[in-house]
Design a protein around this ligand. Structure first.
Ligand SMILES: Cc1cc2nc3c(=O)[nH]c(=O)nc-3n(C[C@H](O)[C@H](O)[C@H](O)COP(=O)(O)O)c2cc1C
Length: 302
């Protein structure tokens, strides 16, 4: 198979920049060498003020979504590929190498998912009141199947467990001015009308001083939030370990599932921030009887 042409470079580069990433940070570096693609994690920007609260786990998961898109682009270019994931002890920032090992026409599924790249975007609003067919949910879960990651459909009677954990996270960060955007970002997924502002004082736990009033967001009551969650299709992605390899696989699984949903004319959005607050991920695992580590929530609808 030939080295990269200018057209190939354009296709692969466009594919990776269309991948979802935490805060839209695109924390990857793509290099096209010979007939292979190398993806590195970019860490140099993490000390910039806007990104200091981006969790390392979310950065690695984001590299995984980028890998899924590069794989699809290489399939679409008629390349047969093999992917090697980290570790690369001599190059710690290298997270994946995707090698061309021959040529093969892309399957119709690969071509459909590739064409879904341009239509995928985060839909942080309510969905139409139309249930997602069970067969479509089955296809989405099957697309996410990869070793090291468990994808679970939230059962209706588990909605209150997720609501409780979201409210627990919100309560933990509610008075911290640095996190105001985060609370808003998750309440807006399920209850866009929530998010009224109230003025409150910020009590420093360390100095015991009371600061100038800060704006806090109203958080919803558990019953309303649970009802909103129950009315939607929600998948929980959990990794077997917290190791980078399983986080990368989580990103691959999430992107494959998301693109499969888009291909089925659905919209979706993801949430990870609430699961990064204190012990909220463990709490969710306990409530859902999961032995793995919840990393990300995907909500899907029309
Ligand atoms: C690992 C990861 C974590 C994310 N966490 C959140 C989140 O907690 N809340 C949210 O609203 N969006 C979250 N997103 C979505 C990104 O903000 C979104 O993909 C990015 O801003 C690009 O926008 P787009 O998805 O519309 O292309 C996350 C995405 C990734 C890959």
């Amino acid at each position: 198979m030939d080295n990269w042409s200018l057209g190939d470079i354009e296709v692969v580069s466009r594919a990776i920049v269309s991948a979802p990433s935490v805060h839209g940070t695109q924390p990857w570096d793509l290099r096209l060498e010979g007939t292979r693609a190398e993806i590195r994690e970019r860490t140099e920007f993490t000390s910039a003020p806007r990104f200091t609260d981006v969790s390392p786990a979310d950065r690695v998961i984001s590299c995984g979504t980028g890998i899924a898109n590069v794989e699809l682009a290489m399939h679409a270019l008629g390349r047969k590929i093999e992917t090697d994931l980290l570790p690369y002890p001599r190059q710690p920032d290298l997270v994946a190498t995707i090698r061309t090992v021959g040529s093969a026409p892309a399957s119709s599924t690969e071509l459909r998912l590739f064409s879904a790249l341009a239509r995928r975007r985060s839909h942080r609003e309510t969905f139409a009141d139309i249930p997602v067919p069970a067969a479509t949910i089955g296809d989405i879960v099957a697309a996410a199947r990869i070793g090291g990651v468990a994808t679970t459909l939230l059962a209706p009677d588990e909605a209150h467990a997720l609501a409780d954990v979201l409210l627990y996270s919100a309560d933990r960060i509610r008075h911290d001015p640095r996190h105001q955007r985060d609370i808003f970002s998750w309440t807006s997924h399920w209850l866009p009308q929530v998010g009224r502002e109230s003025v409150d004082a910020f009590h420093s736990a360390v100095t015991r001083e009371v600061s100038d009033p800060v704006i806090t967001r109203e958080v919803s009551d558990p019953v309303r939030l649970a009802a909103a969650i129950e009315s939607e299709t929600v998948l929980v992605f959990a990794s077997d370990t917290q190791e980078p390899i399983d986080l990368l696989r989580t990103g691959i699984a999430v992107e494959r599932a998301w693109l499969t949903a888009v291909d089925a004319r659905l919209s979706a959005s993801v949430l990870s921030h609430p699961l990064r607050i204190e012990d909220s991920a463990q709490r969710l695992a306990q409530r859902l009887n999961l032995t793995s580590h919840p990393q990300l929530i995907l909500r899907i609808g029309y």
